[in-house]
Ligand binder design. Structure first.
Ligand SMILES: C[S@@+](CC[C@H](N)C(=O)[O-])C[C@H]1O[C@@H](n2cnc3c(N)ncnc32)[C@H](O)[C@@H]1O
Length: 468
């Protein structure tokens, strides 16, 4: 028996069998199959024989393709199912408007217009905060990030931003002054230390290592004296207490005050600003105290629209972020290298197979289909028609919190997480997948940053700087 490459592809598609599944059935690697189908290389005769006989075993193939039933049974609100996987998940109106919003960020970042305001970014990660501010018209002139892998991603996307270094604790005051003379006056500092970087020791002990990151952040504030400093952090920070029972938030406020800034904090949710994700955060806005202006943040534009008087735009959803992406099951790869699903063990797929949207494998009635331990926020499916759950750095782990795709039985791909975080597809990603996931999961969603940037641009236009 023999089967030519183009014949193999035709038969496989007729049978509704993906290349990944055929690879699983035959033990022939997917890249060899792909090259054979495209007639770029040939295969050993025994492998060709194996392919041909596998394709004849219709029952085995039915069992495998039958595993797609979740997808087939799902009531999509958009176009009817068509042949060809990518066309099955076609665009919703919401998807189109979301992709348009991302392309505005992409274009404005690539083609800055007019007189830019100047910013530096600290604790920059892969550059989510910077991307939004750049699109809003800020020239992010310098950045600083500990992780070399994230610095590499940042550099690729912001080639003109000056790299101020890695570990903030290792940068001498003299060097910061040097950066200031190199970079010049700036309007804004964006980015703040991760929450472990604030002191939980009530004694304001300068030697407490947990206190150091914020202390070092303030050294940059002292040297650059920006008009405003904007720090984003997890909402948990708003209720964190130091060992004396006082709110860490109040310590931050008084530290800023001692350095000549009036600060106000705002609790926000990224979904209120057009990000298709529930992501609660606290934003500190510190305004230099010679500028008589009160800090503020933009009004939310998105919300629930059941109320007829509401002037809000409906929340963006998981589907809006991802409905144009190819449908993938565990272990399958899309045409975009970052849209590739992790392969999960078959027993985990079994636990999750019939779990409905918004439910966890821990909710299964059959105890044999429940994971042996963990909370019911783990092994949990997201909901297609609602904003996605908070993207974390562990989004590739199926056992993590709410990491399962609403329909497919697998964790989220990098492309899906990046979309949910509102990164345009053109944002360059390089390096180990683990680092990329960390960068995406930790980022300030660029669309949220863009809305903040637009607001602060207006805000700064109204600021009267006292003459010296
Ligand atoms: C929450 S992430 C920032 C994400 C970023 N704002 C964005 O939008 O992409 C915090 C970053 O601080 C970095 N970091 C932690 N300790 C640091 C240090 N000592 N010096 C410089 N950066 C540090 C981490 O590597 C991490 O990337």
């Amino acid at each position: 028996m023999n089967i030519a490459g183009n014949q193999l592809r035709e038969t496989r598609l007729e049978l509704g069998l993906s290349q990944a599944r055929l690879a699983e059935l035959t033990g022939i690697s997917q890249h060899l199959l792909s090259a054979y189908e495209l007639e770029k290389s040939t295969l050993a005769p025994d492998l060709i024989q194996k392919l041909a006989s596998t394709l004849q075993d219709k029952e085995q193939i039915r069992n495998i393709t039958g595993r797609k039933k979740r997808y087939r049974n799902h009531e999509y609100k958009f176009t009817p199912k068509q042949s060809g996987r990518s066309s099955r998940a076609s665009r919703t109106n919401g998807n189109e408007s979301f992709i348009n919003a991302l392309s505005i960020i992409e274009k404005k970042h690539a083609n800055p217009k007019g007189e830019a305001l100047n910013a530096i970014s600290l604790f920059s990660g892969c550059g989510g905060f910077s991307l939004g501010f750049s699109a809003a018209g800020f020239n992010v002139r310098g950045f600083l990030e500990l992780d070399p892998g994230l610095r590499k991603i940042y550099r690729l996307n912001f080639p003109n931003s000056f790299e101020m270094g890695g570990d903030i604790t290792q940068i001498q005051d003299a060097k910061i002054k040097n950066y200031k003379s190199l970079i010049g006056d700036i309007d804004v500092i964006i980015g703040g230390p991760p929450c472990q970087g604030f002191s939980l020791s009530g004694k304001r002990d300068v030697n407490d290592p947990r206190n150091t990151l914020f202390k070092h952040y303030l050294r940059f504030v002292d040297a650059f004296r920006p008009k405003i400093a904007i720090m984003e952090n997890v909402r948990l920070l708003s209720s964190m207490k130091n060992s004396e029972g006082n709110l860490v938030k109040c310590d931050i406020e008084s530290d800023f005050h001692n350095h000549g800034y009036n600060v106000q904090s705002f609790e926000i949710n990224a979904k209120d600003y057009g990000v298709p994700q529930h992501r609660e955060r606290i934003i500190f806005v510190a305004v230099r105290n010679d500028l008589s202006i009160k800090s503020s943040i933009p009004d939310p534009k998105f919300g629930y629209v059941e109320d007829l008087l509401s002037n809000k735009i409906p929340y963006r959803t998981f589907g809006d972020a991802c409905s144009d992406l190819e449908f993938l099951e565990s272990g399958e790869k899309g045409s975009d290298v970052f849209h590739a699903a992790v392969r999960h063990p078959s027993h985990v797929i079994e636990w999750l197979w019939d779990v409905p949207e918004g439910k966890s494998a821990h909710d299964n009635e059959d105890p044999k289909l429940r994971p042996p331990s963990g909370y019911n926020t783990t092994y949990k499916r997201q909901i297609w028609d609602e904003p996605a759950s908070t993207v974390q750095t562990t989004f590739g782990m199926i056992s993590g919190c709410r990491n399962v795709h609403p329909i497919a039985t697998r964790s989220l791909t990098i492309r899906e997480a990046a979309r949910i975080q509102s990164f345009p597809d053109s944002f360059k990603l390089v390096g180990r997948l683990g680092i990329i996931r960390t960068g995406i999961g930790n980022a300030v969603p660029p669309l949220l940053a863009y809305e903040l940037g637009e607001h602060f641009k207006e805000f700064l236009n109204f600021v009267e700087v006292p003459s010296l």
